[in-house]
Design a protein around this ligand. Structure first.
Ligand code: NAP
Length: 437
């Protein structure tokens, strides 16, 4: 099997996780790629700095220029403009494929990098630059390539979504919600880039460029942050059935829609959304992108927008895609079936259950049922009882609704059989599986 040399620039939050996965999952990545991905070095500022992940010390170097020269694939996760820009350009000129998560650099000088990649005939990919783990760029670029996107609405900055969600759920003022975000590590000590919308604007430019097949730069993006959103604004919105979200919006307007003529409006600003809109349900520091396309209609993608490991997932996806191209000269294997994972019978399924029981209204019934569940290793999360009186017979019965913690199908089936045998049970009215709790 061919070996491809991978140079990693940056061993911080994301870089260290990428290095860990490259080392730990080497065999699986080789099976999916058709080549062994050999990590040849990690360029950092300080080779002796403490790191969250234990990695072989001999991989660390401060000589990024030399590292790049020897690589087939270069992953840039240093951040900032220089030396990232020069190193990426040098890698592309050497014929290496480059993967980066550097939205600031792409927003400022993307066209120079894209043109160099085109000239060199190599792949430059940047899935991690927008919405962290959500593979939204590939989806827009590849899966929706046969459609016409009309509008993209994105919650693409987790910090501001966390702050607005805090304000919405607790009534807090902006400053207090920001302090809480900083305390929990969702906001930086200097939160300007997040709260003033600059980070979301860089991502809006990238989303708009891919969605509308046109290069939009940062100066094309109208940008307003959330620092002036007050608790009173949030309360008034709530009263009217809305939630306030910082949205990155890229929208195609026709002559008829817009005074400025046909074009694309790219903007970032606090926006009221009806509470029933799918994006309104995106809580905490999560990200989501909502797309409207002429033929596909509405689509939504949700996930973690930041964090070392989630972002590393997007980086690795790009890396495997680039490596496949190097090995096979195309997108490569569309599916890999090198795993040998058995398909399990339904008895082995693990899930929560909702169970409805019609029971006699007698003292001690709940305790007997709970004990039976415990004996079968099924633990109860919620148990609710409602009393009914039959109008004709005047006999009281109780309806019990039970939601269990996750248990195996086999354990649940045995529990239900045992419950049916209890003299206080009139009937088992329903057994349904529960997910997402
Ligand atoms: P980080 O934790 O600050 O790590 C940066 C790494 O780059 C560090 O290892 C640092 O070395 C190294 N570095 C910085 N400047 C360097 C230089 N001049 N020469 C050599 N090494 C240098 O950053 P991160 O959070 O991993 O983010 C990396 C990139 O991913 C950024 O472009 C960011 O925007 C993007 N991104 C991050 C996230 C996230 O959740 N963190 C999400 C999406 C995208 P030392 O370790 O020696 O300081």
């Amino acid at each position: 099997m061919r070996t491809l040399k991978v140079a990693l620039l940056g061993g911080g939050n994301v870089g260290a996780q990428v290095a860990r996965i490259l080392i730990e999952d080497g065999d699986a990545l080789a099976a999916r790629t058709g080549a062994r991905l050999q990590l040849i070095g990690i360029a950092v500022r300080n080779v002796n700095a403490g790191r969250d992940v234990e990695l072989p010390q001999e991989l660390f170097t401060t000589d990024a220029e030399t590292l790049v020269k020897d690589a087939d694939l270069v992953i840039e996760l240093m951040g900032g403009i220089e030396p990232a820009r020069t190193l990426i350009l040098s890698a592309l000129r050497n014929g290496a494929c480059v993967v980066t998560g550097n939205k600031a650099l792409l927003a400022q000088d993307g066209p120079t990098l894209y043109e160099e990649a085109d000239r060199a005939g190599v792949q430059l990919s940047y899935e991690a630059a927008v919405a962290g783990a959500i593979p939204i760029l590939r989806l827009i670029r590849d899966s929706l390539a046969g459609d016409r996107i009309t509008r993209v609405l994105g919650i693409v900055n987790g910090t501001t979504n966390f702050i607005l969600d805090q304000m919405d759920s607790t009534g807090a003022q902006f400053a207090d919600a920001l302090a809480e975000a900083q305390r929990l590590g969702y906001a930086e000590a200097d939160p300007t880039a997040d709260v003033e919308g600059h980070d979301a604007a860089a991502k809006a430019a990238i989303l708009a460029s891919l969605s509308f097949h046109t290069r939009f730069a940062l100066e094309n993006v109208h940008c307003e942050g959330i620092s002036s959103v007050s608790a009173a604004d949030i309360a008034a919105a709530k009263d009217a059935g809305f939630v306030i979200k910082l949205l990155a919006i890229a929208e195609k307007l026709s002559d008829a829609d817009s005074d400025g003529g046909a074009g694309v409006s790219v903007r970032v600003h606090p926006t009221l959304l009806p509470r029933e809109h799918p994006l309104a349900a995106v809580r905490g520091a999560f990200n989501a992108v909502f797309i409207e396309a002429e033929n596909a209609g509405e689509l939504m993608f949700y996930g973690q927008g930041a964090g070392g490991t989630p972002t590393a997932s997007a980086v690795l996806g790009d890396l495997v895609s680039a490596a496949r191209r190097l090995v096979l000269g195309g997108p490569g294997r569309t599916e890999t079936t090198t795993g040998h994972v058995p398909a399990l019978p339904i008895d082995a399924a693990i899930t929560s259950y909702y169970i409805g029981l019609d029971v006699a209204d007698q003292p001690g019934v709940l305790a007997r049922i709970a004990q039976l569940f415990a004996e079968h290793g099924v633990s109860i999360e919620i148990m609710r009882q409602t009393i009914h009186r039959d109008a004709e017979s005047n006999v009281e019965s109780a309806e019990l609704r039970i939601v269990t913690h996750r248990a195996s199908e086999a354990a649940l089936a045995a529990t239900v059989e045992a419950v049916k045998g209890l003299d206080v049970i009139n009937s088992v009215t329903s057994v349904l599986r529960v997910e997402g709790v």
